[in-house]
Write a protein that binds this ligand. Sequence first.
Ligand SMILES: Cc1cc2nc3c(=O)[nH]c(=O)nc-3n(C[C@H](O)[C@H](O)[C@H](O)COP(=O)(O)O)c2cc1C
Ligand SMILES: [Mn+2]
Length: 479
Amino acid sequence: MPYADLRAYMDRLEKEGDLKRIKTEVDWNLELGAIMRRANDLREPALLFEKIKGYPSDYKVLANLVGASKPNVFARVCLSLELPVNTPAPEIIEEIVRRFEHPVKPVLVDKGPCKENIIKGDAINLLKLPVPHFRGYDGGRFIGTWHTDITRDPDSGWVNWGMYRHMVHDGRSIGWLANPGQHGPGMYYRRYEAKGEAMPMAVVIGTDPACASASMSLVASGVNEVDLAGGLRGEPVQLVKCETIDLEVPATAEIVLEGEVLPGERRPEGPFGEYAGYFASDKGLQPVFRVNCVTHRNQPILPVSTPGKPFDDTTFVYSLYGSAALTMELRKMGFPFKSVYLTPSMMAVIISAKETYPGYVHTLSSAIWGTKVGVYRPVVIVVGDDVDVTNMDEVMWALTTRVHPVRDIHVKKRAPSHALFPFLSPEERATHTGAAVCYDATFPFEWKENTPRIADFEHAWPEEIQNLVLSRWKEYGFK
Ligand SMILES: Cc1cc2nc3c(=O)[nH]c(=O)nc-3n(C[C@H](O)[C@H](O)[C@H](O)COP(=O)(O)O)c2cc1C
Ligand SMILES: [Mn+2]
């Protein structure tokens, strides 16, 4: 049975001993954020903050929903997908691909718990919710760090689900880090603002894990992420109509903000800890989401995340779902490869393949840079099909033994870049003129039988000896 809502997922975590209730009163101002980061680093369970300073105990905050776990770092991601907790990363990625390839359309229902409270107009005060100021260097309190931003393309009708961070400006408006290459922001700049129109948007906070995960999955344009959320769950997402705009939202959501992004309006936004692990960019002028209606469940739970130095819940979930989206896009293009991994820093893509002709690495790296996932990935590493792309020891071994420093490092000048790339100079960051690199960690195709032989179990013994040893393994006294 898929999780009906955030609470069903929380119950499952609690049953598995993977949820910790923090009953001590904590301050939304820096203390809560510091606790969640340290708990993540120590691979503690997910955290439910039950008493936030200055707020009634009806308002709770849920952190580290799919954060780093023990003993398997991905155990909580596995629970969110209802997979065995020890499923290895390559299998999690393939399972996401399988479910994405069987999308399920949503169903419209008349009512849902997200309508238990409806607040409109001047009665709205977003800071009635215990919105944390996570870190000392964050630009403010962030209400949207694990949510779904829903927008509609007015021409094609395509409804996109994305996740773009939201800093609170005041009781009725929030910021929106709207990079033009992303789908929701793309609709705003090109379909609405260009015509001088306001863009309706719904911000849905607190859903079952499938909805939030689909919203950050980097899938190609034109795809309805709600159908993918249905695919992840194996059952349709139930949607209800918004009160004030022509959009539909998950019926069991904890909190829904309905409103619009006005044309031409900008306010300073950020900084915020970012996926690459730094506060790389300073405050910037960004569009503003004005909230006209809030609906929420009784005793709403606010889910939160703090992207930062990998690992944490956002960086590796983003990486696993991004790897799945990239796998699907590359398979569609038809260039043979074995597997592909978007690292949790989101800066590098590692792909393994058998070289099929001289220079095949250029075909592969160009293919990657031509996808939605690949546009802003400055590092591509191509390894042989003997290397596990999710195992950094193996990848490092290939990088340091197969890359010829002169022959195998291919630099692309003025590649698509943005302000969050930590290695760019301030001038490059401002002008988005960065660079990208492909490391060819494969031996040249022309070497063929002269390629250095790998000295491991699979490559250094005849197959019949390998089979013999494998078949007698228990006989030798091993488990
Ligand atoms: C916690 C979190 C915050 C994010 N914030 C932003 C953001 O502010 N701006 C942005 O462009 N992408 C952000 N992302 C990445 C997008 O969610 C991701 O690229 C997603 O695919 C966007 O949806 P789209 O492909 O439909 O545009 C964030 C991801 C996570 C996990
Ligand atoms: Mn999208």
